[in-house]
Design a protein around this ligand. Structure first.
Ligand SMILES: Nc1nc2c(ncn2[C@@H]2O[C@H](COP(=O)(O)OP(=O)(O)OP(=O)(O)O)[C@@H](O)[C@H]2O)c(=O)[nH]1
Length: 380
């Protein structure tokens, strides 16, 4: 059976790396060691033994120096360089697919560098089209106890779901500091969230952080989020104590089932559509090229070639009802060109006289020296 892939995504400092470390040791304890991949090129120390580490193939600091880039640009470029080898990475994982049940992937803290970059999409797509793939969106629970911050984070998660089109688990991390029950309740019961929101607004109203406009916007957005929440599995974990990790693995199984049932078919449909479009595009550009070069492959005549049959069917049309006279064709194409050149000449002359008139008018007002230089310029 193909191993399930968990891609850990989350805001900087949400605890992705610590979560990966705990998940790794949790699976080891269950005698089911995962295949571990680190995709964060900027991390100094990886606290888990990674099977594949982006830092082995791309040196982040050198990328910064060589391409004269800032920290985020260097992360994206490192990912780009790594993405060129993604087929080799997939092959390596495939080789181990009969021995491992889970592949876990850590991503850079700067979410946008991964999610919104072409290489991030290529890497995600490569895994998602080979293995059942799930996104674990890690949330720093204590930092999301304000309803507005919470909602902003959920909107971001929603955009990631939309971008990756993969099943998602929201992981409320650091439950040893703050229990995630409040967040689960907000996601299940809209009225509780509304209440928390209005309490928060009363608290913050004085310093102007929530105006009337803000509250109505937040209200309508939270309604929209209800639909998003219905797609998710939600778990609270502590990467420090290990609490909630069994529940997390249960959620992964659940999402893998969902992937196989719904997402896989949807992905295959999209890929097939893309492939068909690409084939059509290729065949039409080949047709165009053949017409431009006036090439007709004699060997293929009468055979069932799509390209040639397209080409021939146009010929048939002309030969049957509208036989063409070579001269006529020539005239058809040369005449507009001649006419254009006449028109162009006329337009040029017209423009010349208008420039001259404008120049005369300007020259009257300008000093003689300026006028001379303008005249000189126009002559040129
Ligand atoms: N109390 C508590 N702290 C945690 C937990 N998980 C992570 N942390 C702390 O949160 C901070 C950030 O953790 P990291 O694992 O480095 O977070 P990250 O998302 O990988 O960070 P970047 O890669 O920089 O984006 C560290 O100080 C961790 O010790 C947790 O479950 N409980």
């Amino acid at each position: 059976m193909a191993p399930s892939t968990v891609i850990c995504i989350g805001m900087a400092g949400s605890g992705k790396t610590t979560f990966m470390q705990r998940l790794n040791s949790h699976l080891h304890a269950k005698k089911s060691p995962p295949y571990v991949i680190n995709l964060d090129p900027a991390v100094l120390k990886v606290p888990f033994g990674a099977n594949i580490d982006i830092r082995d193939s791309v040196k982040y600091k050198k990328v910064m120096e060589e391409y004269n880039l800032g920290p985020n640009g260097a992360i994206v470029t490192s990912l780009n360089l790594f993405a060129t080898k993604i087929d080799q990475v997939i092959k390596l994982v495939e080789k181990r697919s009969d021995k491992v049940e889970n592949v876990i992937i850590d991503t850079p803290g700067q979410i946008e560098c991964f999610i919104w970059s072409a290489s991030g999409a290529i890497i995600t797509e490569a895994f998602a089209s080979t293995f059942p793939t799930v996104i674990a969106y890690i949330v720093d629970t204590p930092r999301n106890s304000s309803p507005t911050t919470f909602m902003s984070n959920m909107l971001y998660a929603c955009s990631i779901l939309y971008k990756t089109k993969l099943p998602m688990i929201i992981v409320f991390n650091k439950s040893d500091v703050k229990n995630a029950d409040f967040a689960k309740e907000w996601m299940q019961d809209f009225e509780t969230f509304q209440r928390a929101l209005s309490e928060d607004q009363e608290l913050n109203g004085e310093d102007g952080t929530s105006s009337g406009y803000m509250s109505s916007l937040v209200n309508s957005m939270s309604l929209m989020l209800e639909e998003f929440y219905s797609q998710l599995d939600v778990v609270g974990v502590s990467s420090y104590t290990g609490e909630g990790f069994d529940e997390f693995l249960g959620a992964v199984d659940n999402k893998v089932d969902e992937y196989n049932e719904y997402y896989k078919a949807e992905r295959e449909r999209i890929l097939k559509e893309k492939e068909e479009k690409e084939n059509k595009r290729q065949s039409s550009s080949l047709n165009k090229l053949m017409k431009d070069l006036d090439i007709k492959d004699k060997n293929q005549e009468g055979k069932d070639s799509e390209v040639l049959s397209d080409y021939e069917s146009e010929d048939d049309e002309y030969q049957g009802e509208l036989p063409r006279d070579e001269d006529e064709v020539e005239r058809e194409y040369t005449f507009p060109e001649d006419r254009n050149s006449e028109v162009n000449d006329k337009t040029d002359a017209d423009l010349q006289s208008r420039y001259q008139a404008a120049f005369d008018a300007t020259a009257k007002n300008a000093s003689s020296k300026t006028a001379e230089s303008i005249a000189e310029y126009i002559k040129r």
